[in-house]
Write a protein that binds this ligand. Structure first.
Ligand code: FAD
Ligand code: DLZ
Ligand code: SF4
Length: 517
């Protein structure tokens, strides 16, 4: 009798996964394995590890209730080999299978691993496309082929057409425009009260995982508790409903705002659920569209939210698979500075950075503008080596998998792909951070000062970045106004920019824990 081993990875917690669809409940066996290699290939945040292990254990219970035989290997199981390949090999022997069926993984590294199994284990390995995404890898290639530029906006419009989301009866964009981003840039307002995400008390399965993770990975960066993530599909659906009712109506207005003490504002906090398969991208968008059609959320909010999911999320995945493996090595701006210690310790007098690192440590999360315009912007301006920055982002966020983290970090935040993703570097001085947040009021630096020991470091580092990359960026159309300003600057101003930047970056290079001026 034919017997297939069907591997389900930690980010494949979807009942209708491609590799399970035709499962033979009498003969086949599902393998799920907690392995130390996956938790340590970068030192993942303990909350992320606990989230995945708890969600994996609950998912195994769900599959079993559906009549599926699941061989679940816990981290502390006797003889756990510690690697996915080792566990697949052991399971092949245990169950005498004659083939392996998997859904394509989210990382090149894991795909490489899978491609070796056929030879190593002498059984055929079938890798199926991951159709939880709305655009297949082939679909993205067909869109990208022959285009000089791969701008997300044009991809997004195609995705709106193919999904039918937010189209009117004539097939035109709802409200007459494809994109309402211009309306989604309100600075924070005094007294803004956000609902925060739906939180869940850990059940006995999660509590056991928390103990395990505390013991085994307690030395990784990040707080394990309080732990409140959804760990089942039904809880994740509750989190979605909570977001749609309470936060979506204001999502658009304050999408780019940052407020000290308000970690979530009106963001959904759904990315970790989407990325491990507890929620599916289309259902999330359909729920948001329904709120708009029922008059419960405005168009700028719903369009903005849907764009993040069918636009950005699908687009970055397309970029990842199209340009890997060499994409990970790109470093178009030749940045070589090591990652400063404060990304791990939070010990810096730059209040914006200290606050974002602190939130990351507590929650394994920070929102998009914090990732892009605070930690990302600083790494860009200070010329931090992309591979080190990428490793940090991959380790510290609960929603991080390489397919989504790498293009966002290397491409969008660091301009490391030379402009494949971003039409210009997302470089900003302190003025942007001051406009969009309340961080500067409590900072030891003065955001209004451009130079000198008390000046906001983002101010002189911004111009220093332009000076150092002037040649590389000379042809960038969108940067022309900035480069013209740079060329008009007086010599003494340029000298001050250089001197302040050198002094600041020297301190950074010396590895001082507190990067004071
Ligand atoms: P919301 O603001 O509520 O957005 C809704 C959903 O849209 C998110 O849940 C997410 O699924 C999707 N989304 C939004 N922006 C993006 C984007 N740029 N790329 C892909 N999906 C997007 N997102 C990850 O899921 N994993 C990562 O590892 C990751 N790394 C990032 C690194 C950098 C440097 C930057 C700038 C962004 C990164 N993002 C990443 C994108 C974004 O920051 C997160 O998706 C978002 O903060 C998740 O919080 P949320 O669910 O509250 O998002
Ligand atoms: C991220 C992660 C972690 C921490 N642990 C496991 C695990 O023990 N077992 C598993 O199957 N998957 C885990 N994952 C997710 C994998 O690393 C993930 O499948 C790859 O990152 C590819 O997307
Ligand atoms: Fe950040 Fe500069 Fe504002 Fe301080 S003054 S919080 S360093 S932007």
């Amino acid at each position: 009798m034919s017997r297939a081993l069907r591997l389900v990875l930690g980010d494949q917690l979807t009942q209708d996964l491609a590799s399970l669809r035709d499962i033979d409940r009498q003969g086949d066996v599902v393998l799920m394995a907690e392995v130390v290699d996956e938790a340590r290939y970068v030192r993942h945040h303990p909350k992320k590890i606990a989230f995945l292990f708890a969600a994996m254990r609950r998912h195994a219970q769900l599959l079993r209730a559906d009549g599926i035989e699941v061989d679940y290997v816990e981290l502390d199981a006797k003889d756990n080999s510690g690697s996915l390949t080792g566990e697949v090999e052991r399971a092949c022997r245990r169950h005498q299978v004659d083939r392996i069926v998997v859904t394509e993984p989210g990382e090149w590294r894991v795909l490489q691993m899978m491609e070796r199994w056929h030879e190593l284990l002498s059984v055929p390995v079938e890798v199926r496309a991951d159709d939880r995404f709305l655009c297949s890898r082939e679909g993205f290639a067909a869109w990208a082929d022959g285009r000089k530029q791969l701008r997300m906006e044009y991809f997004y419009r195609e995705m709106r057409k193919s999904t039918g989301l937010l189209l009117d009866d004539a097939g035109e964009p709802e409200g007459g425009r494809w994109n309402y981003d211009q309306e989604n840039r309100k600075p924070p307002e005094a007294g803004l009260e956000s609902p925060g995400p739906r939180r869940f008390a850990p059940d006995s399965t999660t509590r056991a995982v928390l103990e395990l993770v505390s013991e085994r990975f307690g030395d990784h960066f990040g707080d394990l508790e309080p732990f409140w993530f959804a760990v089942t599909r039904s809880q994740a659906q509750e989190a979605l409903a909570h977001f749609v009712t309470h936060a979506l109506p204001s999502f658009g207005d304050f999408q780019d705002a940052m407020v000290d003490g308000d970690d979530w504002l009106f963001h959904s906090a759904l990315s970790q659920y989407l990325n491990c398969g507890l929620l599916l991208p289309l259902e999330v968008c359909v729920a948001a569209e329904a709120a708009y059609r029922q008059g419960k959320a405005p168009l700028n909010a719903v369009e903005g939210f849907i764009r993040q999911i069918i636009g950005w999320r699908e687009y970055v995945r397309g970029i990842y698979w199209r340009y890997m493996p060499d994409y990970a090595e790109r470093n178009a701006l030749g940045a070589t500075r090591p990652l400063p210690a404060f990304y791990w310790t939070g010990e810096t007098e730059m209040n914006c950075l200290a606050k974002v690192v602190d939130q990351t440590r507590r929650e394994a999360h920070s929102h998009h503008i914090q990732r892009l315009m605070i930690t990302g912007n600083f790494a860009l301006l200070a010329g931090i080596r992309p591979s080190e920055v990428c490793e940090w982002y991959l380790a510290v966020y609960a929603d991080a998998y390489e397919w989504v983290e790498l293009p966002n970090t290397l491409g969008m935040a660091l301009f490391g792909d030379g402009g494949l993703m971003a039409s210009k570097p997302y470089a900003a001085s302190g003025a942007y951070i001051d406009r969009m947040s309340d961080f500067c009021a409590a900072c030891r630096y003065d955001v209004k000062q451009k130079n000198g020991p008390n000046a906001c470091p983002f101010n002189y580092l911004y111009w220093n970045f332009m000076l150092e990359n002037e040649e590389r960026l000379a042809d960038n159309r969108r940067l022309q106004p900035v480069l013209r300003t740079l060329r008009r600057m007086k010599a003494d101003k340029l000298d001050a920019v250089r001197a302040d930047s050198r002094r600041f970056l020297d301190r950074l290079d010396k590895g001082a824990d507190r990067h004071v001026a």
